[in-house]
Design a protein around this ligand. Structure first.
Ligand code: JFZ
Length: 428
């Protein structure tokens, strides 16, 4: 087969502009709010059934991130090879990071006394990263937000009885108003990442696209910025599917059609800062999550949960630096890449990514076979030249036309400075 006749998957077209997104592949998620002070998961208010009065008495009244410097955060993201960031403007707790005209429950009214969001957007944009806002549909603080099976007060009969005086549509108006406020004030925002539509549970009704007035909200958003990307958690699929905390086993599909997708993951078991949580992933695991995602045509959104002082903790910096060290020499196998042609069989313990523009194939070697590695099938007759990506050192190979294989002799030891070695294969 000719190279141009090989099958390279393209995702279904999207309403928003996803061209930069499917090129850039790698972003930073940031979960930051009052829950950072509790330092034991962003669902702390829910897990411990904490009433708002007590939650605010403890965390709103003590929120003062004196070491907050978004330039350091933006540097860490850029140096790790991340090309966009998505910040929680408001998480389920309802606390707003920006100086919103629609609420007093915001950073400017805490002891910190300043707008958190504006300097953060400026710091990341000035380093060339695209801007995304995570905005919670759930709101455990707003007086008109009714109880559902995810609400912190779901076991409190007295609080539940108060639902008769709560007007949920008033909360939804607030949600629409704040969305327009954010997207107008920080225009052009590249991604709005809503979260999440809660299903019915126990005695409680759910909250989905009808309650949120999702169709109307999407129209309002696209009037402000027609190119913006919108996620799928308003219960109306838009620009990107968002598998969370798991790796799909192939290109994410909707009704059998490959779509734009992004896996979102944490370093540890929590999105928000969790001081005593020990399940932190290694740099090797995190790199393989990035490579796996791109090898299946997807993106990776990797989360940091800053502390109550406004810093990334050392465990996060350690992993970001480790990822950045690999990306410095290997980002060519990530940016602009996607799933390899379907006709290419990938060797055992390896992953292919492919740049359709440069016609270069990248072989990521999760293990270093003894003696040689063999490429078999369709790919073999397209190999023109091979080098180790990290140092551009030639890898000589032999092509056997009888069995259509390419053998690449390997040195005993894998290349220095390449935790996960990559062969850059020029195709013809
Ligand atoms: C949601 C948030 O609850 C979580 O705190 C974090 O922000 C994450 C990125 O998004 O997590 C979810 C959302 C939906 C489900 C489970 C976790 N769900 O529908 O089962």
């Amino acid at each position: 087969m000719r190279l141009e006749d090989l099958t390279v998957i393209k995702p279904a077209p999207t309403p928003g502009d996803t061209s930069w997104f499917t090129h850039d592949r790698f972003g930073m998620f940031i979960h930051w709010g009052l829950y950072a002070l509790g330092a034991r998961h962003e669902w702390l208010k829910n897990y411990e059934r904490i009433p708002t009065e007590i939650y605010d008495e403890k965390y709103f009244r003590h929120f003062d991130p004196d070491l907050y410097d978004p330039a350091l955060w933006a540097d860490a993201a850029k140096d790790a090879g991340m090309k966009y960031f998505i910040i929680t403007t408001k998480h389920h707790e309802g606390f707003c990071l920006w100086d919103s005209a629609y609420t007093d429950y915001k950073a400017t009214n805490t002891p910190y006394g300043k707008d958190i969001l504006t300097p953060m957007v400026e710091a990341f944009r000035s380093r060339g990263l695209r801007t995304g806002f995570y905005h919670s549909l759930l709101d455990w603080h707003h007086p008109d937000y009714t109880v559902d099976h995810c609400h912190p007060m779901r076991d409190n009969e007295e609080y539940i009885a108060g639902d008769k005086d709560r007007v949920l549509s008033r909360y939804v108006e607030y949600l629409h108003n704040q969305t327009e406020e954010l997207l107008t004030r920080y225009d052009p925002v590249d991604i709005i990442w809503f979260d999440f539509s809660v299903g019915p549970g126990g005695r409680f009704a759910g909250k989905g696209k009808e309650v949120w007035r999702s169709e109307e909200l999407i129209e309002k958003i696209r009037k402000i910025n027609p190119k913006i990307m919108i996620d799928d958690r308003l219960q109306i699929d838009q620009d990107v599917k968002t598998p969370e905390q798991y790796m799909p086993d192939g290109w994410y599909k909707v009704n059998g059609v490959p779509v734009v997708w992004e896996g979102c993951h944490t370093f540890s078991g929590s999105w928000g800062y969790y001081r005593d949580e020990q399940s932190w992933k290694s740099v090797d695991q995190l790199l393989k999550m990035l490579i796996d995602s791109v090898s299946m045509g997807g993106n990776l959104l990797l989360n940091v949960g800053p502390t109550g002082r406004g810093e990334f903790d050392e465990r996060a910096y350690d992993r970001l630096r480790g990822i950045g060290k690999w990306m410095k020499r290997h980002s060519r196998s990530i940016y602009g890449c996607t799933q390899a042609p379907l006709e290419f069989e990938c060797p055992r313990d390896c992953r292919y990514t492919y740049n359709p523009d440069t016609k270069r194939l990248y072989l990521h070697m999760y293990s270093w076979p003894f003696g040689k590695i063999r490429l078999t099938g369709e790919v073999a007759e397209h190999v023109e030249y091979i080098q180790i990506l990290s140092d551009a050192s030639e890898m000589r190979f032999s092509y056997n036309p009888e069995n259509k294989t390419v053998d690449i002799p390997l040195p005993i030891y894998k290349p220095l400075g390449a935790d996960i070695p990559v062969l850059e294969i020029y195709l013809k």
